[in-house]
Design a protein around this ligand. Structure first.
Ligand SMILES: [Zn+2]
Length: 97
């Protein structure tokens, strides 16, 4: 997986690709944008790079309405919460008919 050397200055200091400012920790910040190039091609032909940004900078620049960023909702589950929910579901419930 690629790493953006230009935008990640150290382990705990990130610079936003939109405004260039440092990204202080917040409810959602710092955010990483994981870019997958050639998404329409087979996985072994794709290229990946990670960028960093403020959630607000991404939302205001996107062509979609900010309400579409469900991730900004306090009720949106973290990866850990999703994993815990999957592990609490019996294996039989995950099988498709
Ligand atoms: Zn920013």
């Amino acid at each position: 997986m690629g790493e953006s050397i230009l935008m990640k200055q150290s382990a705990d200091t990130y610079a936003c690709i939109f405004c260039g400012q440092r990204i202080a920790p917040g409810p959602l910040d710092p955010c990483a944008l994981h870019l997958v190039g050639k998404i329409d091609r087979p996985r072994n032909e794709q290229k990946e790079q990670t960028f960093y940004c403020h959630a607000d900078c991404l939302q205001v620049r996107a062509a979609i309405h900010p309400a579409n960023f469900y991730i900004a909702s306090p009720d949106f589950s973290s990866v850990g919460e999703c994993d815990a929910a999957e592990q609490s579901v019996p294996a039989d419930a995950l099988r498709r008919p």
